[in-house]
Design a protein. Structure first.
Length: 120
């Protein structure tokens, strides 16, 4: 979908900036989904969710910036350490449930949950 870059905001805090690939930026259907993702992300805040800082879904190369979350992605964590178990599994499941509860409140409707917005 895009390339994620590390950056700094005006205050010097680390951010992650996702820039959409040019082929997808030219796809009207993709742009509509990306615009919806940005709108929903702006409305959703809560524990275990990475906040949206800024975005421009109408730019020639659409982009969004989120707070930077240090650590491995879930697939890389599992590759390095094996399956989640015990307290780590329960902590991950609890965080995921908290994030889903916020995402699926009546004021927010989502067609899917992006693993890019959850952190481990």
């Amino acid at each position: 979908m895009g390339t994620v870059f590390a950056g700094l905001d005006a205050a010097g805090l680390r951010v992650a900036v996702k820039v959409v690939h040019p082929a997808q930026a030219d796809d009207a259907e993709f742009r509509a989904r990306f615009r919806r993702e940005v709108q929903l992300s702006a409305r959703v805040q809560g524990p275990c969710l990475i906040p949206l800082i800024a975005a421009d879904a109408e730019a020639l190369s659409p982009w969004l910036a989120t707070a930077y979350a240090p650590g491995l992605t879930l697939d890389r964590y599992i590759a390095a350490h094996g399956p989640l178990a015990g307290g780590t599994l329960y902590a991950f499941a609890t965080g995921t449930a908290q994030a889903l509860a916020v995402i699926h409140t009546p004021r927010v409707s989502s067609t899917g949950t992006s693993s890019r917005r959850t952190s481990f």
